[in-house]
Ligand binder design. Structure first.
Ligand code: SAM
Length: 283
Protein backbone atom coordinates (compact mmCIF):
# COMPACT_ATOMS: atom_id res chain seq x y z
CA UNK A 1 0.00 0.00 0.00
CA UNK A 2 1.44 3.42 -0.93
CA UNK A 3 1.35 6.36 1.49
CA UNK A 4 -1.45 7.86 -0.59
CA UNK A 5 -3.52 4.65 -0.43
CA UNK A 6 -2.93 4.41 3.29
CA UNK A 7 -4.05 7.99 3.92
CA UNK A 8 -7.01 7.40 1.68
CA UNK A 9 -8.13 4.27 3.50
CA UNK A 10 -7.99 6.24 6.74
CA UNK A 11 -9.88 9.16 5.18
CA UNK A 12 -12.74 6.87 4.19
CA UNK A 13 -12.73 5.14 7.58
CA UNK A 14 -13.03 8.58 9.10
CA UNK A 15 -15.77 9.53 6.72
CA UNK A 16 -18.45 6.91 7.12
CA UNK A 17 -17.65 5.99 10.72
CA UNK A 18 -17.11 9.56 11.91
CA UNK A 19 -19.76 10.69 14.38
CA UNK A 20 -19.56 14.22 12.88
CA UNK A 21 -20.70 12.97 9.46
CA UNK A 22 -24.18 14.41 8.94
CA UNK A 23 -25.93 11.33 7.53
CA UNK A 24 -29.51 12.70 7.31
CA UNK A 25 -28.47 15.91 5.49
CA UNK A 26 -26.04 13.98 3.31
CA UNK A 27 -28.70 11.41 2.36
CA UNK A 28 -31.16 14.20 1.42
CA UNK A 29 -28.57 15.92 -0.81
CA UNK A 30 -27.59 12.55 -2.26
CA UNK A 31 -31.14 11.57 -3.11
CA UNK A 32 -31.79 14.98 -4.69
CA UNK A 33 -28.72 14.59 -6.89
CA UNK A 34 -29.64 10.97 -7.79
CA UNK A 35 -33.17 11.93 -8.85
CA UNK A 36 -31.67 13.83 -11.77
CA UNK A 37 -31.13 11.25 -14.54
CA UNK A 38 -28.26 13.39 -15.86
CA UNK A 39 -26.56 13.53 -12.46
CA UNK A 40 -23.20 11.97 -11.55
CA UNK A 41 -24.51 8.91 -9.72
CA UNK A 42 -27.40 8.21 -12.12
CA UNK A 43 -25.04 8.28 -15.08
CA UNK A 44 -22.48 6.05 -13.31
CA UNK A 45 -25.18 3.52 -12.35
CA UNK A 46 -26.53 3.64 -15.90
CA UNK A 47 -23.06 2.71 -17.21
CA UNK A 48 -23.13 -0.47 -15.12
CA UNK A 49 -26.71 -1.44 -15.94
CA UNK A 50 -26.23 -0.96 -19.67
CA UNK A 51 -23.15 -3.21 -19.54
CA UNK A 52 -25.21 -6.10 -18.12
CA UNK A 53 -27.46 -8.57 -19.93
CA UNK A 54 -29.79 -10.17 -17.43
CA UNK A 55 -32.67 -12.58 -17.28
CA UNK A 56 -35.97 -10.74 -16.67
CA UNK A 57 -36.40 -12.31 -13.21
CA UNK A 58 -32.75 -12.29 -12.15
CA UNK A 59 -32.00 -12.07 -8.44
CA UNK A 60 -29.72 -9.08 -7.84
CA UNK A 61 -27.84 -7.72 -4.84
CA UNK A 62 -27.31 -3.95 -4.89
CA UNK A 63 -24.26 -3.70 -2.63
CA UNK A 64 -23.91 -0.30 -0.89
CA UNK A 65 -27.16 0.73 -2.57
CA UNK A 66 -27.34 4.22 -1.02
CA UNK A 67 -30.69 5.82 -1.77
CA UNK A 68 -31.30 3.39 -4.66
CA UNK A 69 -30.11 4.90 -7.90
CA UNK A 70 -28.75 1.60 -9.32
CA UNK A 71 -31.85 -0.32 -8.18
CA UNK A 72 -34.00 2.27 -9.99
CA UNK A 73 -31.98 1.89 -13.21
CA UNK A 74 -32.17 -1.90 -12.96
CA UNK A 75 -35.93 -1.92 -12.41
CA UNK A 76 -36.49 0.48 -15.30
CA UNK A 77 -34.87 -2.07 -17.58
CA UNK A 78 -36.00 -5.27 -15.84
CA UNK A 79 -39.30 -4.49 -14.04
CA UNK A 80 -39.70 -8.06 -12.76
CA UNK A 81 -36.24 -8.42 -11.31
CA UNK A 82 -35.81 -9.27 -7.63
CA UNK A 83 -33.48 -6.90 -5.78
CA UNK A 84 -31.91 -6.83 -2.34
CA UNK A 85 -30.43 -3.46 -1.41
CA UNK A 86 -27.90 -3.27 1.42
CA UNK A 87 -26.13 -0.25 2.86
CA UNK A 88 -24.42 0.88 6.03
CA UNK A 89 -26.46 4.06 6.22
CA UNK A 90 -29.92 3.98 7.81
CA UNK A 91 -30.56 7.53 6.57
CA UNK A 92 -29.88 6.54 2.95
CA UNK A 93 -32.01 3.41 3.31
CA UNK A 94 -34.97 5.51 4.45
CA UNK A 95 -34.97 7.14 1.00
CA UNK A 96 -34.50 3.73 -0.62
CA UNK A 97 -37.53 2.33 1.25
CA UNK A 98 -39.67 5.32 0.23
CA UNK A 99 -38.66 4.94 -3.42
CA UNK A 100 -39.55 1.23 -3.63
CA UNK A 101 -42.37 0.99 -1.08
CA UNK A 102 -44.82 -0.87 -3.34
CA UNK A 103 -42.20 -3.38 -4.47
CA UNK A 104 -41.03 -3.88 -0.90
CA UNK A 105 -44.62 -4.61 0.16
CA UNK A 106 -44.95 -7.28 -2.49
CA UNK A 107 -41.51 -8.67 -1.54
CA UNK A 108 -39.89 -8.02 -4.91
CA UNK A 109 -37.41 -5.66 -3.25
CA UNK A 110 -35.71 -6.33 0.10
CA UNK A 111 -33.72 -3.85 2.14
CA UNK A 112 -31.07 -4.65 4.74
CA UNK A 113 -28.89 -2.39 6.80
CA UNK A 114 -25.39 -3.73 7.34
CA UNK A 115 -21.68 -3.59 6.64
CA UNK A 116 -20.57 -4.89 3.24
CA UNK A 117 -17.47 -6.29 4.90
CA UNK A 118 -19.66 -8.70 6.90
CA UNK A 119 -22.03 -9.72 4.16
CA UNK A 120 -22.38 -13.33 5.25
CA UNK A 121 -23.72 -12.30 8.65
CA UNK A 122 -26.94 -10.78 7.28
CA UNK A 123 -27.43 -11.54 3.56
CA UNK A 124 -28.66 -14.82 2.08
CA UNK A 125 -27.72 -15.59 -1.54
CA UNK A 126 -27.09 -16.77 -4.04
CA UNK A 127 -27.54 -13.91 -6.49
CA UNK A 128 -27.27 -13.97 -10.27
CA UNK A 129 -25.65 -10.54 -10.13
CA UNK A 130 -24.06 -8.37 -7.46
CA UNK A 131 -23.90 -4.71 -8.44
CA UNK A 132 -21.76 -2.18 -6.61
CA UNK A 133 -22.28 1.31 -8.09
CA UNK A 134 -19.84 4.12 -7.19
CA UNK A 135 -19.01 2.45 -3.89
CA UNK A 136 -16.31 -0.25 -4.06
CA UNK A 137 -13.62 1.97 -2.48
CA UNK A 138 -15.90 3.04 0.36
CA UNK A 139 -15.15 -0.11 2.32
CA UNK A 140 -12.36 -2.67 2.58
CA UNK A 141 -13.36 -4.23 -0.70
CA UNK A 142 -10.68 -6.94 -0.75
CA UNK A 143 -12.22 -8.26 2.44
CA UNK A 144 -15.64 -8.58 0.77
CA UNK A 145 -14.52 -10.54 -2.32
CA UNK A 146 -14.66 -13.97 -0.68
CA UNK A 147 -18.24 -13.28 0.44
CA UNK A 148 -19.15 -11.88 -2.96
CA UNK A 149 -17.85 -15.03 -4.63
CA UNK A 150 -19.79 -17.21 -2.21
CA UNK A 151 -23.00 -15.22 -2.76
CA UNK A 152 -22.93 -15.60 -6.56
CA UNK A 153 -24.59 -18.41 -8.48
CA UNK A 154 -22.11 -20.39 -10.64
CA UNK A 155 -21.49 -18.21 -13.70
CA UNK A 156 -22.97 -15.22 -11.85
CA UNK A 157 -21.56 -11.71 -12.30
CA UNK A 158 -20.16 -9.03 -10.04
CA UNK A 159 -20.45 -5.61 -11.70
CA UNK A 160 -18.91 -2.38 -10.45
CA UNK A 161 -17.54 0.88 -11.81
CA UNK A 162 -14.30 2.68 -11.03
CA UNK A 163 -13.72 6.30 -12.06
CA UNK A 164 -10.70 6.87 -14.31
CA UNK A 165 -8.90 9.03 -11.73
CA UNK A 166 -9.05 6.20 -9.20
CA UNK A 167 -7.46 3.90 -11.80
CA UNK A 168 -4.63 6.40 -12.23
CA UNK A 169 -5.86 7.69 -15.58
CA UNK A 170 -7.05 11.06 -16.91
CA UNK A 171 -9.67 11.83 -14.34
CA UNK A 172 -12.40 14.17 -15.62
CA UNK A 173 -14.32 16.09 -12.96
CA UNK A 174 -12.77 14.17 -10.07
CA UNK A 175 -9.33 15.30 -11.16
CA UNK A 176 -10.53 18.92 -11.31
CA UNK A 177 -11.85 18.55 -7.76
CA UNK A 178 -8.78 16.82 -6.34
CA UNK A 179 -6.44 19.35 -7.97
CA UNK A 180 -8.39 22.27 -6.50
CA UNK A 181 -8.10 20.84 -2.98
CA UNK A 182 -4.41 20.04 -3.44
CA UNK A 183 -3.76 23.59 -4.59
CA UNK A 184 -5.62 25.06 -1.60
CA UNK A 185 -4.17 22.79 1.09
CA UNK A 186 -0.74 22.35 -0.44
CA UNK A 187 -1.01 18.66 0.52
CA UNK A 188 -0.97 16.01 -2.15
CA UNK A 189 -0.90 13.08 0.27
CA UNK A 190 -4.63 13.51 0.98
CA UNK A 191 -7.01 12.84 -1.85
CA UNK A 192 -9.48 10.62 -3.57
CA UNK A 193 -8.92 6.84 -3.71
CA UNK A 194 -6.60 4.97 -6.06
CA UNK A 195 -7.10 1.32 -6.96
CA UNK A 196 -5.10 0.14 -9.96
CA UNK A 197 -6.48 -2.26 -12.50
CA UNK A 198 -3.79 -4.83 -11.68
CA UNK A 199 -4.55 -4.58 -7.94
CA UNK A 200 -8.21 -5.19 -8.71
CA UNK A 201 -7.53 -8.09 -11.08
CA UNK A 202 -5.07 -9.80 -8.73
CA UNK A 203 -7.38 -9.47 -5.74
CA UNK A 204 -10.26 -10.93 -7.77
CA UNK A 205 -8.14 -13.84 -8.99
CA UNK A 206 -7.27 -14.82 -5.42
CA UNK A 207 -10.99 -15.35 -4.80
CA UNK A 208 -11.74 -17.27 -8.03
CA UNK A 209 -13.24 -14.23 -9.73
CA UNK A 210 -12.17 -13.24 -13.24
CA UNK A 211 -12.66 -9.98 -15.16
CA UNK A 212 -14.88 -10.90 -18.10
CA UNK A 213 -14.78 -7.40 -19.57
CA UNK A 214 -13.90 -3.84 -18.60
CA UNK A 215 -16.07 -1.38 -20.48
CA UNK A 216 -15.12 2.31 -20.69
CA UNK A 217 -17.79 4.90 -19.99
CA UNK A 218 -17.84 8.64 -20.36
CA UNK A 219 -20.48 11.27 -19.70
CA UNK A 220 -20.81 15.01 -19.49
CA UNK A 221 -22.17 16.81 -16.43
CA UNK A 222 -23.82 20.15 -17.13
CA UNK A 223 -23.29 23.01 -14.69
CA UNK A 224 -26.44 22.15 -12.68
CA UNK A 225 -25.28 18.57 -12.31
CA UNK A 226 -21.81 19.73 -11.28
CA UNK A 227 -23.46 21.92 -8.62
CA UNK A 228 -25.54 19.10 -7.14
CA UNK A 229 -22.54 16.73 -7.23
CA UNK A 230 -20.43 19.30 -5.37
CA UNK A 231 -23.22 19.67 -2.81
CA UNK A 232 -23.05 15.93 -2.11
CA UNK A 233 -19.27 16.10 -1.86
CA UNK A 234 -19.45 19.05 0.54
CA UNK A 235 -20.35 16.62 3.33
CA UNK A 236 -17.29 14.48 2.65
CA UNK A 237 -14.53 16.87 1.59
CA UNK A 238 -14.03 18.58 5.00
CA UNK A 239 -13.20 15.17 6.47
CA UNK A 240 -11.09 14.01 3.52
CA UNK A 241 -8.99 17.10 2.85
CA UNK A 242 -8.95 18.81 6.26
CA UNK A 243 -8.78 15.81 8.59
CA UNK A 244 -6.84 17.02 11.59
CA UNK A 245 -5.40 20.47 11.33
CA UNK A 246 -8.69 22.34 11.79
CA UNK A 247 -11.90 21.90 13.77
CA UNK A 248 -14.87 20.63 11.78
CA UNK A 249 -16.41 24.09 11.36
CA UNK A 250 -13.19 25.59 10.01
CA UNK A 251 -12.80 22.50 7.80
CA UNK A 252 -16.31 23.03 6.41
CA UNK A 253 -15.67 26.72 5.70
CA UNK A 254 -12.37 26.00 3.94
CA UNK A 255 -13.94 23.15 1.98
CA UNK A 256 -16.85 25.41 0.89
CA UNK A 257 -14.36 27.96 -0.43
CA UNK A 258 -12.69 25.33 -2.59
CA UNK A 259 -16.01 23.93 -3.84
CA UNK A 260 -17.34 27.44 -4.62
CA UNK A 261 -14.15 28.10 -6.58
CA UNK A 262 -14.65 24.89 -8.59
CA UNK A 263 -18.26 25.79 -9.41
CA UNK A 264 -17.36 29.38 -10.33
CA UNK A 265 -14.69 28.21 -12.76
CA UNK A 266 -16.82 25.43 -14.27
CA UNK A 267 -17.42 26.23 -17.93
CA UNK A 268 -21.02 26.45 -19.19
CA UNK A 269 -20.38 23.14 -20.96
CA UNK A 270 -19.70 21.50 -17.59
CA UNK A 271 -17.19 18.72 -17.02
CA UNK A 272 -16.63 15.19 -18.28
CA UNK A 273 -16.33 12.03 -16.25
CA UNK A 274 -14.73 8.78 -17.41
CA UNK A 275 -14.34 5.37 -15.92
CA UNK A 276 -14.48 1.63 -16.37
CA UNK A 277 -17.27 -0.81 -15.65
CA UNK A 278 -15.87 -4.18 -14.61
CA UNK A 279 -17.97 -7.25 -15.25
CA UNK A 280 -16.51 -10.04 -13.19
CA UNK A 281 -17.45 -13.73 -13.35
CA UNK A 282 -17.33 -16.41 -10.72
CA UNK A 283 -14.92 -19.05 -12.08
C1 SAM B 1 -21.17 7.07 -3.20
S1 SAM B 1 -22.40 6.15 -2.39
C2 SAM B 1 -23.01 5.06 -3.67
C3 SAM B 1 -24.43 4.65 -3.42
C4 SAM B 1 -25.13 3.96 -4.59
N1 SAM B 1 -24.57 2.66 -4.88
C5 SAM B 1 -25.12 4.83 -5.82
O1 SAM B 1 -24.71 4.38 -6.89
O2 SAM B 1 -25.57 5.97 -5.70
C6 SAM B 1 -21.45 5.07 -1.38
C7 SAM B 1 -22.33 4.23 -0.45
O3 SAM B 1 -21.51 3.28 0.23
C8 SAM B 1 -22.11 3.06 1.49
N2 SAM B 1 -21.16 2.40 2.36
C9 SAM B 1 -19.99 2.90 2.84
N3 SAM B 1 -19.37 1.99 3.58
C10 SAM B 1 -20.16 0.88 3.57
C11 SAM B 1 -20.05 -0.41 4.17
N4 SAM B 1 -18.99 -0.72 4.92
N5 SAM B 1 -21.05 -1.29 3.97
C12 SAM B 1 -22.13 -0.98 3.21
N6 SAM B 1 -22.28 0.23 2.62
C13 SAM B 1 -21.29 1.14 2.80
C14 SAM B 1 -22.50 4.46 1.93
O4 SAM B 1 -23.43 4.44 2.97
C15 SAM B 1 -23.03 5.04 0.63
O5 SAM B 1 -24.42 4.84 0.52
Amino acid sequence: MTKHDDNMARAFDRLYHDSRFDWPAYARAYEKSCRDPSGYYARSAEAIVSALKLEPRANVLDLACGTGVATRKLLEQYPEMRVTGIDLSEASLEHYKTAFVARIERRQVHVLQGNAEKLDSFVKGPFNVIVCASALWNFKWQKTLKNIQEHLTPGGSFAFNVPALYLGEDGGILEVIENAFHKYTNRTDLGLPRLSRSTIENALKTENLRVDCAIPYTFNLGKDQVESFLEVLSYRTPLIFFPTEKGINEAKIASEQVLDGILNTTPETGHFEHGLVFIVKRI
